[in-house]
Design a protein around this ligand. Structure first.
Ligand code: NAP
Ligand code: G4F
Length: 358
């Protein structure tokens, strides 16, 4: 059998990097789409890079953008993929409140552009399509009081854009018989998680505090609860979804939920530092009871205009049909992230402050 070809959008992101690695290990040829930026943005996949002058490299990257339909059509035509994984997105919830129009263009219409590219090029019988969807309709939202509103949570511009992406994928499957599937993935993290998501923000801060480069971690809602798994486990689930004879939608989750507060406690525990809490609301703080040193404080800037208090997924269908299960316990995930940040921090001996984005 000839090698399979996969096209991954968002290959420079957390999931794109893990997925590219997995598919290469399975013998695929992988074509990744990266967007142009004024500085290098390929750090997560640099270890997969192959000299393009070499004959027939198995991993290639192409410039592209989800907001550019002609570009996507040309790439799909050139690559003739067996499988497309649409992972590219403006994926930060808080940023989607600041850039709602761009978020809709990339996250919602970007998905339509891919589906149309497959249809226009007549690749519906050959190319399977995976859409990176996210939980929303199952979540609870503090401001969505009525049962009806709760069913259709409009929690954030990104959530609304992703709902469109979810339904347009279902629509193309039903209308044109395409092999198009959604993976509804609950939060998944790793040592290469973006630095502005809460887990990585915590583990980087813990590493910086340990080295004396920072003295305090500033956070928003400590009581938000998430179903956190490891990205490495989740990309295996994405691949399994596209190996099914029949396209369908699947939830990938751990089935456990933990609060931001618990994540903080476990992360500091890796340094042998106990955390206790005192005060309430914006005055709450986390401190080391052995010396009274305050290590965690609240900054209202990190509160969201609308918050999803609790996310908890049910992965039973994925287990039953795909034989997929997450395999990294929560404690191990936190330890791996803290450990990697501590090592890289010691290696560079500097803690890079960022101008924006926590
Ligand atoms: P990520 O690390 O933020 O990666 C997003 C990727 O999309 C990056 O490669 C980014 O490029 C690229 N991108 C952004 N806008 C683009 C555009 N207009 N055109 C082309 N590429 C663009 O996100 P992730 O955690 O890997 O998540 C992957 C996908 O799964 C996303 O769609 C996300 O919404 C979805 N998802 C993630 C989670 C989770 O917990 N991780 C849960 C549910 C769903 P740069 O590297 O240049 O920024
Ligand atoms: O890590 P977060 O920014 O992730 P969030 O909002 O759950 O979104 C992630 O998961 C979604 C799937 O469920 C994806 F669709 C999306 O692309 C992304 O990957 O925030 C997690 C929780 C929130 O409740 C937030 O309010 O942590 C709370 N939080 C508390 N303090 C904070 C902070 N979040 C961030 N980013 N920064 C804080 O300082």
């Amino acid at each position: 059998m000839s090698e399979k070809v996969a096209l991954i959008s968002g290959v420079t992101g957390q999931d794109g990097a893990y997925l590219a690695e997995l598919l290469l290990s399975k013998g695929y040829r992988v074509d990744g789409i990266k967007r142009r930026s004024s500085s290098f943005n390929s750090e997560r996949v640099d270890h997969l890079y192959e000299d393009p002058h070499k004959n027939d490299p198995r991993f290639r990257m192409h410039y592209g953008d989800l907001t550019d339909a002609t570009n996507l059509i040309r790439l799909v035509q050139e690559v003739q993929p067996d499988e497309i994984y649409n992972l590219a997105a403006q994926s930060h919830v808080q940023v989607s409140f600041d850039t709602p129009e761009y978020t809709a263009n990339a996250d919602a219409v970007g998905t339509l552009r891919f589906l149309e590219a497959i249809r226009i090029l007549g690749l519906g019988d050959r190319t399977r399509f995976y859409q990176a969807s996210r939980p929303s309709s199952t979540a609870r939202c503090r401001k969505c009081r009525s049962a009806r509103r709760r069913r259709f949570i409009r929690d954030r511009p990104m959530g609304v854009a992703k709902l469109y992406a979810y339904w347009i994928t279902v629509n193309y499957r039903e209308a044109y018989g395409m092999h198009a599937s959604n993976g509804i993935l609950f939060n998944h993290e790793s040592p290469i998680r973006g630095e502005t998501f809460v887990t990585r923000k915590i583990t980087r801060a813990v590493a910086a505090i340990e080295a004396g480069a920072e003295d305090c971690l500033w956070l928003g809602n400590l009581d938000a609860q998430r179903d956190w798994g490891h990205a490495r486990d989740y990309v295996e689930g994405m691949w399994r979804i596209l190996q099914q004879d029949t396209p369908d939608d699947y939830v990938l989750a751990t089935g456990e939920t933990h609060s931001v507060r618990e994540f903080v406690e476990l992360a500091f525990e890796q340094l042998g530092v106990p955390i206790e809490w005192r005060g309430e609301g914006v005055d709450e703080e986390g401190f080391d009871p052995r010396n009274g040193r305050v290590l965690v404080r609240i900054d209202t800037r990190y509160f969201r205009p609308t918050e999803v208090d609790l996310l908890l997924g049910d992965p039973s269908k994925a287990k039953r049909v795909l034989g997929w299960e997450h395999s990294t316990p929560f404690r191990q995930l936190v330890a791996e992230m803290v450990d990697t940040d501590m090592r890289s921090f010691r290696g560079s001996n500097t803690f890079q402050r960022r101008a924006i984005g926590e």
